[in-house]
Design a protein around this ligand. Structure first.
Ligand code: G6P
Length: 609
């Protein structure tokens, strides 16, 4: 969480920093700030509570400088307030932006107060800037000062530091939080994510954990955790600045929902042949490694976890492999028993989720046979830390509520299930069937997006509600969970999902006229059971909203609303029906005037525990 941008150039960097912040706002938007070294060689700073546009509104038109740093915050220590916004400054000399959490900040704060340092915020960050200032007084060299200060910090950080004593210099460091350097011509940049810098460069250097970078207009010098000078490769990003623009859409979320046919097609490209999944899709070593796998453990957070839950049904049902799926924040703190030859699979849009990364590190200690990540962010920490990688090609996802990342994760999971299932009873015909279904999926989703108007017609039934219940069975149960998550995160309506068979064990007590009940009812072996569950709701005066296969026998009545969905194979149904629930959540949130792309208290990429 929190987004960092920095620049050293010959031109005024304020507009670059502000544009960068706007592109990083998905990482946090409680407050924002910018600091530059101005023409008088002083640190000039502006900070504001709220979004980057509030900051922009407060900027003095004369604020200019060729070296600067900026930050958009997702509050952890210290409430969202101007004094807690970054950059933090020590004695008008050192300015710093930070993403991460300093765990020993209280002890450092006490020690620094005794040394006479004044604190102006409640953040864990402020101790870092004082620590660096203290070392700068001793060394008169910003790089040496940062290097000397870092060992006293416990926790995670990505940092950008400047001082008016060395105006053309920016020092950056990372441990546990992402940071990338943008390579320009006669100018250099830092950011939490390449997306922030796409308007100014497409060439990037990814820092490794423990790296410190000394950055000037003309040079970038990187030192590793041991202090040795190292070369980090410069990579060319395929992303264009437009890929992260909202275009004609009112919200990123709507754009991303509509991008799903293309995102799925891109994720399938070069991974499937006429009748088969290419084993090379998982890397050259994959085929050999897969042969030994006897079980799968999936770990993820949020929406990615829901994709993992669907995956569990597929691994067991299609690939004949025992599979467990668990949220990373739980997995990392328990003592799981690891069966031999278990593949550890992480799912993540960002590849930087702190709990998922910690779970991956823990998995190594626990002795899992292999690790594989299904991830949407190339060069992310998960990608770099896993033995095998299957990228989802969803393109940048900016809306905080995940949509296309979820459906492409499901597609990637099906590719993996198929590749692993081959030696475990999945026949060539079975594989060909999956491949054909996948190939027709983008077209099918396109058709489903055509139901948007029908979904919108349901919105008035939800706008003023406080609660909603989502029901599904089998693979549709995690889809119902995802639908409930989407609704609560962007519309703030309390929503829960239940496997429909569990209704009678509690949730039925909640059913009344004020509790809309959404059900996903594709045509499958559990349909009849689901229909009985829906009767239980009806009999108790509940109002039903059912997404039903058009072949199904679910009829409209004054308290049963049905959207008829074109028939879809059961295997593809979780992907197809998820899109409908995304649309429902989106339109309900818009009708309530909610900030769809940046819901309160949330952030897209949770890089702190
Ligand atoms: C946050 C986001 C969710 C996302 C989750 C996991 O909570 O708001 O949309 O599903 O993190 O993120 P990841 O990047 O690991 O998929």
């Amino acid at each position: 969480m929190c987004g960092i941008v920095g620049a050293v150039a010959q031109r005024n960097v304020v507009p670059i920093l502000i544009e960068g912040l706007k592109r990083l706002e998905y990482r946090g938007y409680d407050s924002a700030g910018v600091a530059v070294i101005d023409q008088a060689c002083c640190l000039a700073r502006t900070r504001s509570v709220g979004k980057v546009r509030e900051l922009e509104g407060r900027l003095d038109a004369h604020m200019e400088g060729a070296t600067g740093i900026a930050h958009t915050r997702w509050a952890t220590h210290g409430r969202p307030a101007t004094e807690n916004a970054h950059p933090h400054i020590c004695r008008k000399t050192v300015a710093l932006v930070h993403n991460g959490i300093i765990e020993n900040h209280e002890a450092l704060r006490r020690a620094q107060m005794q040394l006479g340092y004044e604190f102006t915020s409640q953040t864990d960050t402020e101790v870092i800037v004082h620590e660096i200032y203290r070392r700068l007084e001793e060394t008169a060299d910003l790089l040496a000062a940062v290097r000397a200060a870092l060992p006293s910090l416990r926790g995670a950080y990505a940092l950008g530091v400047i001082t008016n004593r060395e105006p053309g210099r920016l020092v950056a460091a990372r441990r546990g939080s992402p940071l990338v350097i943008g390579i320009g011509i006669g100018e250099h940049f830092i950011a939490s994510d390449v997306a922030a810098l796409l308007p100014v460069t497409q060439r990037f250097m990814f820092l490794e954990d423990g790296d410190i970078a000394d950055i000037t207009r003309d040079a970038v010098t990187v030192y590793d955790a041991q202090g040795a000078r190292v070369e980090r490769p410069v990579r060319h990003s395929e992303l264009s600045a437009d890929a992260v623009a909202r275009g004609e859409y009112r919200h990123y979320m709507l754009k991303e929902i509509n991008e799903q046919p293309r995102a799925i097609a891109d994720t399938l490209e070069n991974r499937i042949g006429v009748d088969q999944v290419y084993a090379e899709a998982f890397g050259p070593a994959a085929a050999g490694l897969f042969a030994d796998i006897e079980a799968v453990q999936i770990v993820a957070c949020g929406t990615s976890y829901h994709a993992g839950l669907v995956g569990r049904y597929w691994f067991e049902g299609l690939a004949n492999l025992p599979c467990a799926a668990e949220v990373a924040s739980e997995f990392r703190y328990r003592k799981p028993r690891v069966a031999p030859h278990t593949l550890f699979v992480t799912l993540s849009q960002s590849g930087e989720t702190a709990d998922t990364l910690a779970a991956l590190a823990y998995a190594r200690e626990l002795g899992f046979a292999r690790t594989l990540t299904i991830c949407n962010a190339p060069e992310s920490s998960l990608v770099r830390g896993s033995d095998l990688v299957l990228m989802t090609h969803a393109g940048p996802e900016i809306g905080v509520a995940s949509t296309k990342a979820f459906t492409t994760q499901l597609v990637a999971l099906l590719l993996l299930v198929t590749a692993l299932g081959r030696s475990r009873g999945l026949t060539a015909e079975g594989e060909a069937r999956i491949v054909h279904l996948l190939r027709s999926l983008p077209g099918q989703i396109e058709q489903i997006l055509g139901l948007d108007t029908a979904v919108q017609a349901w919105v008035p039934f939800f706008t003023n509600k406080q609660h909603a219940l989502f029901l599904g069975r089998g693979t549709q149960y995690p889809v119902a969970m995802e639908g409930a998550l989407k609704l609560k995160e962007i519309s703030y309506i309390h929503a829960e999902a239940y496997p429909a068979g569990e209704l009678k064990h509690g949730p039925l007590a909640l059913v009344d006229a004020d509790m809309p009940v959404v059900a996903v009812a594709p045509n499958n072996t559990l349909l009849e059971k689901l229909q009985s569950n829906l009767q239980e709701v009806r009999a108790r005066g509940g109002e039903l909203f059912v997404f039903a296969d058009s072949d199904n026998d679910i009829h409209e009545d004054p308290r049963t609303h049905v959207i008829s969905v074109p028939p879809v194979d059961d295997l593809m149904a979780p992907i197809v029906y998820a899109v409908l629930l995304q649309l429902l959540a989106y339109h309900v949130a818009v009708s309530r005037g909610a900030d769809v792309d940046q819901p309160r208290n949330l952030a897209k990429s949770v890089t702190v525990e």
